[in-house]
Design a protein around this ligand. Structure first.
Ligand code: PLP
Length: 372
């Protein structure tokens, strides 16, 4: 076997993630590595925390980036909060809701499942019924932006219902953060996790998380230790805390955090409101073009995510051949269907830096020529 240096091509990434990474973020990655306990790096971590508080719209002190991808953020929320025997209402309307259920089971929690058709938002009425029927439930868990289907659930309403019934909320915002409206404090979200490689347009491998004071109280009152040493927030807290006496927990992915800092700074400079509006505007342009090509959306218009467009593959079209041709001839990646939609749909992402007019134009032109 012979080895050679790796030179990846310049692709346009319009799938379910990773999304296109901006040149500024890539440049930040290649800056000199410094020690993770270097005072300058400690200062950078404090800034990242403040920028994450802005992105999440929260004042939660326990806000940080887990040194692993979105799936680890999910696991961080569940292993810290759910103790054996705790009842958790889990909403499932796609692949990532199913993963939440798997997490609850592995924590020894008792899951109550609220099922919803794939491609639809979680139904608040069904959630309310489950909350009423399970007065002893401690948590409500749901996915804000179901990347497997393209459906957006009404996080504000679901969190208000949970509060009325004395439940803490665990929210998956991996694909929603930076792409659609999300207000952690105003909506009363207790535990939330996201990912670096979706609408933040950073490299994969980091998971921003945030916990409310009520969630922190629940963690502090645990009767059993968190089964994961690495994800135990009471230990990581001392590493990410801004009070000057930082202790070693693990070695932070230094350069990846430079990149996250840069991507969060770009978001802050653009402002959240403008980023949300940009995703919506590009989505509308894309949707119009897809309609002209005869491609139908899976999700009803008022429940659609602008950043994840899930459309049916036309009858008689070879799914894999089209995606291969897009990749080879146009350097364009779109996503295959996932779970129940495998082989049936394409998932076209407009995430972060990828949500631009030139990407929409490229995608529509490429699809038009390949489908001909
Ligand atoms: C991508 C995604 C995840 C998992 O994130 P990874 O970074 O791939 O581990 C979890 N939830 C949702 C909704 C996602 O889109």
């Amino acid at each position: 076997m012979s080895f050679s240096h790796f030179f990846p091509p310049q692709r346009t990434l319009m799938g379910p993630g990773p999304s296109d990474v901006s040149p500024q973020v890539l440049a930040a990655l290649s800056k000199p590595t410094i020690g993770h306990l270097d005072p300058l790096f400690v200062g950078l971590m404090d800034e990242i925390k403040a920028l994450l508080q802005y992105a999440f719209q929260t004042e939660n002190k326990l806000t940080m980036a887990v040194s692993a991808p979105g799936s680890a953020g999910m696991e961080t929320c569940f292993v810290n909060l759910v103790e054996p025997g705790d009842k958790v209402i889990v909403c499932i309307n796609g692949v990532f809701g199913q993963r939440m259920l798997e997490n609850v089971k592995r924590c020894g929690g008792e899951a109550v499942v609220v099922e919803q058709a794939w491609g639809r938002a979680v139904d608040p009425q069904h959630v309310e019924e489950a909350l009423k029927a399970n007065a002893d439930a401690k948590f409500l868990a749901f996915v804000h932006a179901e990347t497997s289907t393209g459906a957006r659930s009404d996080a504000k309403t679901l969190c208000a219902l949970a509060k009325q019934h004395g439940c803490l909320t665990i929210v998956d915002a991996v694909t929603s953060l930076g792409g659609v409206e999300l207000r952690v404090d105003e909506w009363g979200i207790d535990a939330i996790y996201s990912g670096s490689q979706k609408c933040l347009s950073c490299v994969p491998g980091l998971s921003p998380v945030s916990f409310s004071d009520a969630a922190v109280e629940k963690i502090k009152a645990r009767k059993t230790p968190v089964q994961s040493w690495f994800l135990d927030q009471s230990l990581v807290m001392a590493y990410w805390s801004g009070d000057g006496k930082r202790s070693y927990h693990h070695t932070a992915p230094v350069n990846s955090l430079y990149a996250l800092h840069e991507s969060l700074l770009l978001l802050k400079n653009e402002t959240l409101e403008k980023a949300w509006a940009r995703h919506q505007k590009q989505h509308e342009k894309l949707a119009e073009g897809l309609k002209e090509l005869g491609l139908d959306f899976v999700v009803p218009e008022d429940e659609r995510l602008p950043q994840l467009n899930n459309v049916y593959i036309p009858e008689g079209v070879d799914d894999a051949a089209v995606r291969k041709q897009l990749l080879e001839e146009y350097n364009l990646e779109i996503g295959a269907g996932l779970g129940a939609f495998a082989g049936k749909t394409w998932r076209i992402g407009l995430m972060g830096y990828a949500a631009r007019s030139e990407n929409v134009a490229l995608c529509l032109a490429a699809l038009k020529s390949v489908l001909k």
